[in-house]
Design a protein around this ligand. Structure first.
Ligand SMILES: Cc1ncc(C[n+]2csc(CCOP(=O)(O)OP(=O)(O)O)c2C)c(N)n1
Ligand SMILES: [Mg+2]
Length: 810
């Protein structure tokens, strides 16, 4: 008989294995669990002695994760939180060396492939974007979506990861995408702490997965606490699976299979995971595994001790029910190993983890020491020539005396030396400047690169194709222009899907998708519940798994319900993995002026500040929107497209290449030329500005109107700054609050584009009022910029410059 290969992921079933093989598997599992515990213990010490900044660990949760790892298969996904190190070690997704590299914030991708030192420890991720932007083969990998620190924030994305399996299984047209799925048999594993199930995102995701019936397996690691807050203050009945019982599927209903198992019972855990994941994988039924009686041997994290809030009785109970203590006891009682063998195993493991920890520390310290050596030598060279030699030598001595120095110390010493010698002209000083400049480039790459995936597949590299119009081009409603665009793209690319509230059967509230569900099936165009956060999560998970989703948020005002997912998860994905992961999700919504407090929002300041990492597109009409969709659907970075709510019934000419022409991102357009003032606006206010331009012309004033088209990227060819050189006057008009989108635009033009130097009068903004707009036409007129407002403000700026030519209006 061939020798059984023993790995943590080896399944076992007593009937198929000899006792010897069974023993080997269990002992190997214990070893992994014990090494993981050592990593937690040492990790905490490293923080307390100052080598690392903060630590949060998976101690007390080891055994359940060994069981979960056994059920995890090639092609599967995990989206979880900061307690899962044992699962990572057991599956081989991560290892001890990477664990410590991340704890020490090593920015080398080779050392910390999950985040290149950008994330706190225990934030895991696999790399599935190759350096050239192409996808790695996910069907042949164990996949882990990049963790985030916000508890519960990963749940919406988990829904999408699971939903992808459903689409890959049910939509035969996707069979060509072999590198993303093995016939949809992948399970998306989620983990979450008991306390974090109080989050709305948890409940929203839970319900949505029950409706969609997707292969999602949520494990709740229940240690009865969320930092200091006990279960009694977190969860009704103090029992999450108890209160979720209504989700249990019954004959003839959809729903969940729900399991409850104790976190220190190795055998029960292994059996439970095998059973639960089997039904999840085969039947595409979501499952919940509530793992109770877990502990926190070292408390929640390095920021405080649990003795402050746990009773003596609770602490004693935790000591006794420590999962590794219980597993060890069971192993000895079951004759799997003797006490002596266990002691020996533990001693070896302790030594081994310590060695790995030292190696990881030395890896980073070695690099930093080289830099300290280099800068010290350079400063000493300067000292030899300088009148301030003594001061410079002090800088070097201080640097060399720093305990556990970082790169910051080396760079800061160099910068200090430059300040000390600012009045001296020394050749050696220039060498120091050169070194600092070279290091700045490297440190920018280490710490500030990859806000976007930024590869050849970026939408910024999509070829520009102009819109073409036949002589007899049809005039259509804006909504029909979009409909034709979507139809063409759905025909061209089978991986595109769209979903949202009312998107499926009626083709969205403004009919952009009208008729397309019938044509392309409800696997591609579908309705969702009212659940904005998980609409985005659904899209994000699909996008990570190779599909091209358009996730629709019905109105821009409701985007705020999804802001956590957009900001924390989607916008940070490329950055937090240093380009190792991407989610080219297109978020479609409609906004700006219509009627009423929650149907006329234009919170661009909020969006621009919260969502760096998304392209922000603000098309003025549906043709421009179509061109942007054509661009984005051919690129691989996430974006938000805000259509003008009041534009769906306005007539536009249909380009003959409606599915092909592209609107490049970052390309501003001059809509009207004029020499007197540059007026920059976007979205719905552009129409008002264009009307105002006509009025102003009658008054002898010619404004130049510029549409940046996208706010991120913003006018990459400096069209606005160029226009200012001619007009020397600037007005920015939008519908956001004062200091919102318009302030962003001012900063771009005045600072980034150097527009300041072209001004001959104070630049102005004309935003909406500080409150939200009241309902009704009058509410709109008195709270959003109107044509009259634009005319008067432009006129007053001209009046200020030349009161003789432009006498006071009032
Ligand atoms: C959205 C959000 N709120 C608060 C926090 C701060 N925080 C970090 S961990 C934690 C407790 C989480 O408890 P639980 O979900 O039970 O997980 P455990 O740490 O007990 O495993 C809190 C409140 C956070 N990270 N994110
Ligand atoms: Mg907890």
């Amino acid at each position: 008989m061939p020798e059984t290969i023993i790995s943590a992921t080896s399944k076992f079933s007593a009937s198929e294995l000899s006792f010897e093989d069974f023993k080997k598997i269990v002992i190997n599992d214990y070893r992994i669990g014990f090494e993981s515990r050592q990593a937690s213990l040492i990790g905490r010490r490293e923080v307390l002695t100052g080598k690392a900044k903060f630590g949060i660990f998976g101690d007390g949760k080891e055994v359940a994760q060994l069981a979960m790892a056994k059920a995890f298969r090639t092609g599967d996904w995990r989206a979880g939180y900061y307690r899962d190190q044992t699962f990572m070690f057991a599956t081989g997704i991560s290892n001890l060396k990477e664990f410590f590299a991340q704890l020490y914030a090593n920015p080398d991708i080779e050392k910390d492939p999950a985040s290149a030192g950008r994330q706190m420890n225990c934030h895991f991720a696999t790399r599935f974007v190759n350096a050239d932007g192409t996808w790695a083969n996910q069907a042949e990998s164990l996949n882990c979506a990049a963790d985030i620190s916000t508890t519960g924030g990963h749940m919406p994305r988990l829904l999408g990861l699971a939903y992808a399996s459903k689409l890959y299984r049910q939509n035969k047209e996707l069979e060509y995408l072999k590198q993303f799925s093995v016939n949809g048999n992948e399970v998306a594993f989620g983990t979450i702490g008991n306390g974090s199930t109080s989050e709305g995102l948890f409940f929203e995701t839970f319900n949505a997965a029950g409706v969609l019936q997707v292969p999602m397996a949520i494990s709740i690691w229940d240690d009865a606490y969320a930092i200091s807050v006990p279960a009694s203050l977190q969860t009704t009945k103090e029992d999450i699976s108890e209160i979720l019982k209504g989700f249990q599927r019954e004959d003839g209903t959809n729903g969940y299979e729900i399991f409850k198992v104790r976190g220190w019972d190795y055998v029960a855990l292994c059996e439970t995971y095998e059973k639960a994941i089997d039904v999840c994988r085969r039947e595409h039924v979501p499952v919940l595994i509530h793992v109770t009686e877990m502990t926190q041997p070292q408390g929640h994290s390095t920021s405080g001790s649990h003795e402050r809030y746990k009773s003596k009785e609770r602490l004693a109970w935790e000591n006794e029910h420590d999962c590794l203590v219980q597993m060890r006891k069971w192993m000895i009682e079951s004759a799997i190993a003797t006490e002596e063998e266990m002691d020996a195993l533990e001693a070896t493991a302790k030594k081994y983890v310590r060695e790995i920890q030292r190696e990881a520390w030395n890896d980073l310290a070695g690099e930093i020491n080289k830099e300290i050596g280099a800068v010290s030598a350079l400063i000493e060279q300067v000292a030899a020539q300088s009148q301030n030699g003594a001061k410079l030598k002090d800088v070097v001595s201080e640097l060399k005396a720093t305990v556990d120095p970082g790169r910051k110390d080396a760079i800061s010493a160099g910068r200090k030396a430059l300040r000390i010698t600012v009045k001296e002209k020394l050749s050696t000083r220039q060498e120091l400047v050169n070194w600092l400049n070279a290091e700045r480039v490297k440190n920018d790459e280490r710490f500030s690169s990859k806000l976007f995936t930024d590869t050849a597949a970026s939408p910024l590299n999509v070829p520009i194709i102009e819109a073409v119009y036949d002589d007899d081009a049809k005039m259509l409603d804006g909504r029909e222009i979009l409909n034709a665009c979507f139809d063409n793209n759905f025909e061209r690319d089978k991986s595109i899907v769209a979903f949202g509230e009312d998107v499926g059967a009626i083709g969205d509230v403004n009919q952009g998708f009208a008729g397309l569900q019938n044509k392309y099936s409800d696997l591609r165009i579908s309705d969702t519940g009212i659940r904005e956060a998980t609409i985005i999560g659904q899209g994000m998970g699909l996008a990570m798994r190779g599909l091209k989703p358009i996730a629709e948020i019905q109105y821009l005002d409701y985007l705020i319900y999804a802001t956590t997912v957009l900001s924390d998860d989607l916008a940070s994905l490329s950055y937090r993995t240093r380009g190792g992961q991407k989610a080219p999700l297109i978020v479609r919504t409609r906004g700006h002026r219509l009627e009423g407090i929650w149907h006329s929002g234009s919170p661009l300041g909020l969006i621009l500040n919260a969502m760096r990492g998304l392209h922000i597109c603000v098309p003025r009409d549906m043709t421009q929107a179509a061109g942007m969709y054509n661009t984005l659907l051919r690129g691989d970075e996430p974006a938000l497209v805000i259509e003008c709510l009041n534009g769906y019934r306005l007539k536009e000419r249909l380009p003959s290449n409606i599915g092909e022409f592209t609107v490049p991102l970052g390309k501003a357009e001059v809509l009207r030329e004029g020499a007197d003032m540059t007026v920059v606006s976007y979205g719905s206010t552009l129409r008002i500005v264009m009307e105002a331009a006509e009025e102003l012309e009658k008054m002898g004033i010619n404004i130049e109107v510029i549409d940046p088209q996208t706010l991120y990227p913003f006018d990459t060819e400096n069209v606005c700054g160029g226009s200012l050189k001619k007009t020397n006057k600037l007005l920015v008009v939008d519908e956001d609050m004062p200091g919102g989108g318009s302030a962003y635009i001012l900063q771009k033009i005045l600072e980034t584009q150097n527009g300041y130097y072209s001004l001959d009068s104070q630049p102005k903004t004309l935003p909406a009022r500080e409150h939200r707009p009241p309902y009704g036409t009058d509410g709109d007129y008195f709270s959003k910029p109107s044509m009259d407002d634009v005319v008067e403000l432009v006129y007053s700026m001209m009046n200020e410059a030349n009161p003789t030519k432009y006498p006071d209006l009032y």
